[in-house]
Design a protein around this ligand. Structure first.
Ligand SMILES: [Zn+2]
Length: 130
């Protein structure tokens, strides 16, 4: 596997990509909540599975999924370099997302997952939150 960066450097770069990407997406989602007058959300609530937002009263966990990290088939993704490596990583994330969904559902929670690109374009269905 050829990478111009060392493992540590690469992991450092990707951490930055991840945190900054998530932040923007979460902030976009907060803006949408506010514009639709959706209240009662808590951000980064300490609960297993780490949803981005929870609605404790209605037991709804909300995830803002980054298109790259969670393997959305939209134009945002698909690095040419190390495609196999990234694809495997995405598949692991997809599987982990599935496990997390199940875990919440078993505890009587609903799970909402919104794609980064849909949040960006304000194309998400918030009906379950009303
Ligand atoms: Zn997408």
């Amino acid at each position: 596997m050829a990478d111009v960066f060392t493992r540590v450097k690469r992991s450092d770069i990707m951490k930055k990509v991840k945190s900054s990407g998530n932040l923007t997406t979460e902030q976009n989602l907060i803006a949408i909540f506010k514009s639709r007058n959706i209240k009662g959300w808590r951000r980064n609530y300490p609960i297993t599975g780490k949803p981005d937002f929870v609605f404790l009263d209605t037991k709804i966990a909300v995830f803002a999924d980054g298109c790259f990290w969670h393997g959305h088939h939209c134009r945002n993704i698909s690095p040419k370099q190390n495609a196999d490596y990234w694809r495997k990583k995405q598949l692991r994330n997809i599987e982990r997302d599935r496990q997390i969904n199940l875990r919440f559902q078993k505890r009587g929670w609903s799970v909402l997952r919104f794609w980064e690109c849909k949040i960006k374009n304000d194309q998400i269905d918030l009906t379950p939150l009303y």
